[in-house]
Design a protein around this ligand. Structure first.
Ligand SMILES: [Zn+2]
Ligand SMILES: [Zn+2]
Length: 534
């Protein structure tokens, strides 16, 4: 998420979300911290979305709970995907959707924008150019330079060159995802023949998993099915949604008579079917994952079946993907996946394409965006290699405020970072709660309930000890028995000292048990003493 400010007004470019990593137990989604925008809500003029991926549009519905009356620009497919989300979150009336046409532009408040088509792993991606008194800012969005895209709409190199002429591009913000990859990214088209061969040689059912928004990939799987006289069944909620959106806009060509409902699969010769589904990232309850465990209602994988994971391994998802791939192998099915089989082409520009973008646009200043620090640093090096002076390259962290004048420099920082969504709660789970969850996950919890006489502090009931995730009660009875003795002893000592304050008692119990557990198990469970007075 980026904000461009001009004459006191704010233009937001993309509002994405991310998914929790393994050290965020219980978290469903990760949003950007909207603090800055929230504090300047009345100055927000518009939002422009470069493409329909979750990491670019996914948090907009959450932002719209806080700001309203905002214009949202996007290409038709981006807006089509967005509409479903706006309805689901009941925020459709809080924004006005405006269609962006690549090759054309739009003006809103003090902002003059131009949109340029780029190729990516979703149809209808675009770069955004915003004019400033010092020259244009060009934000590439996510892109690759695919010379032979499936829809015949390549990255607008001519438009990019045109921006470079005349007043020129003052500042380029460019996608760094694949900055570490040498050479060129393969054309999406290169995946087609591989898929064709796999389907051709498959004796039984073919299950192909890919990202639901990757319509060109879906199209190539459909093409491979049709070429081999197979029908297709779409499976998974997001797959059904984006396929429907793409068919409405005519960007996915598939005949009604070539599509069957997943429930009909059982009645057909499996050699005549290709299932196109979600779950390529190893999501635990996705269609693919259930099929791998033979728990799917309609498709149970077996020897002779074929499974294709037509997608990348998104960093962080590898363990989950490998779990699913292993499970599929165990069913006896044949499996095709990256990197062993060339069943995927990346949607992001590799080093040579990034150099080409830099050489074509010839920006006076450069900020690498979209990637981890190492990607940004690699991208900066590529920029230097094509002649951008080192002191005209600015590497930013989230929250950096950059002044775009004659010079471009970081001048301040605003609050930024992550806001966690857990169930219905947005932002109520912070660092402290996560720390507790990690500790509970790592060491478990022991609850000790005692009843004491409020006058004397003597034990009159308990102690009852309950644990979760610390030890297995059946086999560790001796530890828990001894723990009970330690609690009794601790309370006895406190009573002898005539201390009856419950919080002092809790402290003593915690100390005594902590010491004992560490002694016999070298573990440090969370100890929660409950002291009741009678
Ligand atoms: Zn992205
Ligand atoms: Zn993307």
């Amino acid at each position: 998420m980026a904000c461009v400010e001009l004459e006191g007004r704010i233009l937001i470019i993309d509002v994405g979300l991310s998914f929790p990593s393994g050290d965020m137990p219980g978290i469903d989604l990760v949003l950007p911290d909207f603090d800055y925008v929230r504090n300047h809500a009345e100055r927000v003029e518009a939002v422009v979305l470069t493409h329909g991926h979750e990491d670019h549009i996914g948090a907009l519905t959450y932002l719209l709970r806080e700001i309203s009356d905002v214009a949202v620009y996007g290409t038709p497919f981006t807006l089509e995907l967005l509409k479903g989300k706006l309805e689901e979150h009941q925020v459709s009336d809080r924004c006005e959707l405006r269609t962006a046409v690549p090759g054309e532009g739009a003006s809103v408040g003090p902002f003059t924008m131009r949109f340029l088509r780029v190729t990516h792993s979703i149809p209808d991606g675009m770069a955004v150019v915003v004019d400033t008194p010092h020259g244009a800012i060009l934000h590439t969005g996510d892109f690759k330079i695919d010379q032979t895209p499936l829809d015949g709409r390549p990255t607008d190199l001519h438009g990019l060159a045109e921006e470079a002429s005349g007043a020129g591009v003052h500042l380029l913000l460019s996608d760094s995802t694949n900055a570490e990859e040498a050479g060129y990214t393969d054309s999406e088209r290169s995946v087609g023949p591989v898929l064709q061969r796999i389907v051709e040689n498959a004796p039984n059912i073919v299950v192909a998993a890919c990202f639901s928004s990757h319509i060109h990939r879906v199209q190539q799987i459909v093409n491979a099915a049709r070429a081999n006289e197979r029908v297709v069944a779409f499976l998974g909620r997001s797959m059904l949604n984006s396929v429907a959106a793409a068919r409405r806009l005519g960007i996915l060509q598939v005949d009604d008579r070539d599509v069957i409902d997943i429930a009909e699969v059982a009645d057909l010769d499996p050699g005549r079917v290709v299932v196109i589904c979600t779950g390529s990232q190893g999501e635990p309850f996705s269609a693919l994952s259930l099929m791998a465990q033979r728990q799917h209602k309609w498709v149970k994988l077996d020897e002779g079946d074929t499974v294709v994971l037509s997608s990348s391994l998104i960093p962080g998802n590898e363990p989950a993907i490998h779990r699913v791939v292993d499970a599929v192998y165990r069913t006896g099915a044949d499996v095709y996946h990256m990197p062993a089989d060339p069943v995927h082409a990346s949607g992001h520009a590799a080093a040579e394409e990034l150099r080409l973008m830099l050489s074509l646009v010839r920006p006076r200043w450069f900020i690498p965006i979209h990637g981890e620090r190492r990607h940004l640093q690699h991208h900066a090096r590529l920029a230097e290699e094509v002649g951008i002076p080192r002191d005209h390259i600015v590497i930013c962290e989230d929250g950096d405020m950059v002044e775009v004048g004659e010079r471009v420099a970081i001048i301040d920082r605003v609050q930024a970072g992550m806001t966690f969504v857990d169930g219905l709660g947005i932002g109520d789970v912070g660092g402290e709660v996560l720390r507790d969850r990690r500790k509970l996950a790592g060491d478990g919890v022991v609850v000790v309930v005692v009843t004491v006489d409020s006058q004397t502090g003597e034990l009159v009931g308990g102690p009852d000890i309950v644990n979760r995730g610390f030890v297995y009660e059946e086999t560790s009875q001796d530890i828990l028995d001894e723990a009970r003795e330690r609690v009794i002893a601790a309370i006895g000592e406190t009573a002898d000292a005539r201390v009856t304050d419950p919080s002092a008692l809790q402290q003593d119990i915690r100390r005594a048990l902590g010491r004992y557990f560490n002694e016999v198990t070298q573990r440090k469970p969370v100890i929660l003493p409950v002291v009741m007075e009678v």
